[in-house]
Structures are given as structure tokens and as C-alpha cells.
Design a protein around this ligand. Structure first.
Ligand SMILES: [Zn+2]
Length: 396
């Protein structure tokens, strides 16, 4: 956080007295300090990053009209790319956030907009780009692609105070490729299909807490994910598959008894748009009541050095470990299921920098024992949606 304060003299002509006032804007971001990139094309060194949310807060005594917001990428202290953020985007985002917070479900709203973290609880949302004192405007989901990875992002708001004084605020964020502290192996047994990688096509990517999560599914002999009509969870190829500890560690959270209602599976004659609407309403309702329930049955393992793995949507009563257990890499910890926010059975696996599912940061993860179905070596490679992969057989 960096603030720029311009002291000014406010003249109260009628009373012929003056008082010093401050004109001050603050620029705050999520993520803060560091943003981790993900490869768009690993071979060519093209990366992307998401600034999940940001706020411009008027912390001074005088109203400020926002003029422009810009994001610059710097490499070797030279600006190499620039983006401008339309003020209309901030107006819409600020209104949408205020509406969601007013609906209740603070955790749900906070995981989307981060308003409390960015602006605190004593400030108010601004209706226009004129920020009265202690008000803020929000932006979110700024997706940036870098043909060459920069070192730093610099985000700047420029404005003009009521008395005509130019004012600006800047925040800088380091741009880094995350280096894993531990070595991880595939968290599910057998040949699997990546139904979700960590690229921008997948919803995970647009939330800091789940940004680099991976979804594992499987295809049967008929290249379908399920046999028959897919109306019950047990018809799905991946259902009941063993979930494995991806590295040694200590179990720090388990949930095992959520049910796996078939009601979220798509009806045979249900239009896709109607199905997506039905699922969205159900998810929002669940998130506003208990956001942790989205993960369903789960195991969280502390692998040390601020790396925690989270396996979600496990089969009811399949969890094979207990709180505090030490687990070994490759040990069976549960089975793939469909509990929580899962429209079909699959394993949602992610690495995070803390044990809390919604208040920690998701980290990019690669594996050390993995190959593509055509035999290609994917050790240390970032997985993409649609890939079919499996663990290499252990050396004899
Ligand atoms: Zn997922």
C-alpha cells in the first residue's frame, strides 16, 4: 500500500480562518505484494496473471474526482506494457459489490470482492467517480497477458481534488513464477482427464482462493464420463477412485459426512442453459449459508513451508485419515465423490499457502510422476484442461 498525501490550505472566506486539510488517495490490491503468473504458452514464455480486486479509497478530508486508472508492467525498470481501466468498470463493480454485501453472506461477498480487506468496514461505496472522504471505488478481475514476464506491476489512480489539486496513488505488485517448496505426485489413482486446468477458461482462475486449482475427471471406454444416462453418481467413471496424499504431511482438517445428492446432475431433457442457471442458484444459496460447504467432504494436509493441499468433493464416509495423522506421499486418503459444489463427481485439488479454504492464496502446482496418455513426460509441466494423464509406474 502506498499513499500520496498532498497537504493543502482550505480557506474559509466567510470566517477568514484557515485550516490545513489533506488530499489523499490510497490504492490497494488483491493480491498484494506478489502476483503469481501461469503459462499461456510455457515454451514461448508467455504468461498471464489476474489482479482479482482493487480499491481506490479517499482517505483525505476533501472530495476527489477520479480521472484515470492505469496498470503498467515494468521489466528492468522500464515500462513494457500499459493498460487503462475504464471508470465505468469501477462504477459497475462498486454497485455490484454493494448489492452482494447487502444481500448478506459476508464470506461469499468477501471472497468475490474483498471489500472489507481493501476498504475496511467504516468506508462507504461511491456511486460515481467522485469520491467523498472515506469512500471507495472497486475494480476486479483484471486479466493481463505478458508476451515476456515483467518484474513489477504498477497500478495508479489519478484524480483531481475539489479545490483543483491533482492527486494520485500507486500500488506496486511483484510478478513471480511460484517455486514449489515440496515435490508433489498425482493426487488420484489411474488415468484421469483434466476437466479443469488453471487457465483462464476455468472459473477457479477468477478467484484468489481457488485460482490454480485442478479438477480431475475420467473417461470410460466409450470416451464418455459416465455409463448409461449419468443419472446417478455411481455411473461416473471417476466415482470411487482412490484419492492419494500428493506429498508427506500432517492432516489438519477433515470433513467426511456430507451427502452426495443426485439432484445436481443434469436431467436427460434439461436444456444446458437452464441447467447452468439451476446450478448457479443452488451454489449461491449454499455459499451464502456456509461457504465452506462448497468443498464438501475434504482432507487438508499441511506439507510444511506454507504449502497445504486441499482435496474436495470426496465420497461420503470415504475419508481414511484422521485429524493430526501423519501421511506419506501416495497414501490413500479417501475416494472421489460428488459432495459440495460439484455438478458431477470429480476431484478438486489445490495447493494453498494456508489451511483456510477461502482466506488463503491458491498456488500453482506441478507433479513429479506424471505422463500424458501418449507417453509424453509432464514432470514439472503445468496441466491444461482436456489433457489425459496418469502417474508413471513406480521404478522397480
Ligand atoms: Zn474445482
Amino acid at each position: 500500500m502506498h499513499r500520496l498525501i498532498v497537504p493543502v490550505l482550505v480557506c474559509l472566506a466567510v470566517q477568514f480562518v484557515s485550516a490545513s486539510a489533506t488530499i489523499a488517495l490510497d490504492f490497494r490490491t488483491v493480491p498484494w505484494r506478489t502476483v503469481y503468473v501461469y503459462p499461456v504458452n510455457q515454451q514461448r514464455g508467455i504468461y498471464d496473471a489476474v489482479i482479482h480486486a482493487f480499491a481506490v479509497v479517499n482517505t483525505g478530508d476533501e472530495s476527489v474526482t477520479l480521472d484515470t486508472i492505469e496498470i503498467e508492467a515494468l521489466k528492468d525498470r522500464t515500462v513494457v506494457q500499459t493498460w487503462s481501466v475504464p471508470l465505468l468498470h469501477l462504477e459497475r463493480t462498486t454497485k455490484a459489490a454493494a448489492a452482494l454485501y447487502a444481500e448478506g453472506g459476508l464470506e461469499d461477498a468477501e471472497s468475490t470482492f474483498h471489500t472489507r480487506r481493501l476498504a475496511g468496514s467504516t468506508t462507504t461505496p461511491a456511486n460515481t467517480s467522485v469520491l467523498v472522504t472515506q469512500s471507495y471505488m472497486l475494480g476486479r478481475s483484471r486479466y493481463l497477458v505478458f508476451p515476456q514476464k515483467p518484474d513489477i506491476l504498477r497500478l495508479t489512480a489519478h484524480g483531481t481534488s475539489l479545490s483543483g489539486v491533482p492527486v494520485s496513488a500507486t500500488e506496486t505488485v511483484n510478478v513471480e513464477i511460484y517455486r514449489l517448496k515440496n515435490a508433489y505426485t498425482l493426487p488420484v489413482a489411474g488415468r484421469v482427464m483434466m476437466s479443469g486446468g488453471a487457465d483462464a477458461h476455468v472459473n477457479h482462475r477468477w478467484s484468489q482462493a481457488a485460482e490454480f486449482a485442478l479438477d480431475f475427471d475420467a473417461l470410460g471406454d466409450n470416451t464418455s464420463r459416465y455409463s448409461d444416462a449419468g443419472r446417478t453418481v455411481s455411473e461416473y467413471e471417476i466415482y470411487g477412485r482412490d484419492v492419494l496424499a500428493s506429498a508427506d504431511g500432517t492432516v489438519v482438517e477433515i470433513v467426511a459426512n456430507h451427502d452426495e445428492a443426485d439432484e445436481l446432475l443434469r436431467e436427460p431433457d434439461e436444456e444446458m442453459a437452464a441447467y447452468i442457471r439451476r446450478i448457479s442458484v443452488w451454489n449461491r444459496d449454499m455459499a451464502s449459508r456456509n461457504i465452506a460447504a462448497l468443498c464438501g467432504n475434504r482432507v487438508v494436509i499441511d506439507h510444511g513451508q506454507d504449502e497445504f493441499s486441499l482435496s474436495c468433493h470426496l465420497k461420503q464416509n470415504s475419508v481414511r485419515v484422521a485429524m493430526g495423522d501423519s501421511v506419506r506421499q501416495g497414501q490413500v486418503i479417501g475416494q472421489v465423490g460428488k459432495s459440495g459444489n460439484a455438478s458431477v463427481p470429480h476431484l478438486h485439488f489445490q495447493l494453498s499457502d494456508g489451511p483456510g479454504q477461502f482466506n488463503s492464496r491458491s498456488l500453482p502446482v506441478t507433479f513429479t510422476n506424471i505422463r500424458a496418455d501418449w507417453g509424453g513426460n509432464l514432470n514439472g509441466k503445468y496441466l491444461l484442461g482436456g489433457q489425459i494423464v496418469e502417474a508413471k509406474p513406480p521404478k522397480q
